[in-house]
Design a protein around this ligand. Sequence first.
Ligand code: GLY
Length: 374
Amino acid sequence: MTRIETVQVGLEGRDYAVRIGPGLIARAGTEIAPLLARARVAIVTDAQVAAHHLAPLQDGLAQAGIESSTLTLPAGEATKSWAELTHVVEWLLAERIERRDVVLALGGGVIGDLAGFAAAILRRGVRFVQIPTTLLAQVDSSVGGKTGINSAHGKNLVGAFHQPALVLADTAALDTLPPRDLRAGYGEVVKYGLLGDAAFFDWLDDGAAAALLAGQEAARREAVRRCVAMKAAIVARDETEEGERALLNLGHTFCHALEAATGYGDRLLHGEGVALGCVLAFELSHRLGLCSREAPERVRAHLRGLGIAADPGAIAGPLPDADGLIALMAQDKKVRDGQLRLILARAIGAAFIAEDVDRRALAEVLAQALAARR
Ligand code: GLY
């Protein structure tokens, strides 16, 4: 099949392929069969995704002679909880999923993170396959092995690194995404250009972003391929985020603060927060004299041109003041010894990890961004 691309994640002894292209859900049986010790898998999904993609997946597995059983969970961030983790693990045990079996995670980031974590701890670790159905999951969360759930103390605070055995990114699945989710996922796409590939950003800015949001298959496939290739290379060098992998969190510390302030719900989707966070990271980089004035202006203009919010003013309802947001940023996993580490940039495509960021400059940038909303 010519329209399928493959990116290899090169981790010694745990190498795996990310297959990218249209129709991969329907041919999942053929793709997955070589991994199986017996012709039986367990699928974890959510109700929204199941409505579109479960039957084609089950049919594709059946055609390859693979039996499957399915657990369908409620859609939404609240599913990444201790209660649902217990539910998934107990269900997998009741289904007699054994050490050599494979769990399939069919869905977006929530299902991938939850089912991946369940696979990591079930019988001390079983293999799993990511079948990401959102743009955000295809370009980011399904690759690299971060799995986990949320705690009352914050997002993603409980989890494990557990690499998938295979990722099937069916780009045709993006056709069923609500437009807002597709645009939100684009926040993670543009992040890759902004952090490490100016030519990719230029390509997106020259029309590819508009084409991918409009549903053009070749643009989608190429965008997913380039993001995954960049992530695969970074993960191969720094699997457990001792250094370079933190670059993938460009915009995320701002995003996490805004998500915490807005209750992790419909007021702000994760990818929307990433886009806003990228603008703020470039604004702060400029304020600190690290990059030109033009860089944040270009990022902002690019997002606005696609109809994507580039300023916190777009968020409905009240927000904390700059000090309140900084307090929320200080909860981030990247904080070390109370010092705020942020991903900043010297130019588009040239991000770096900044230690002990000047809080006064940060407060000024946030106050200005918040004032612009009034
Ligand atoms: N989403 C960032 C990472 O996987 O490291």
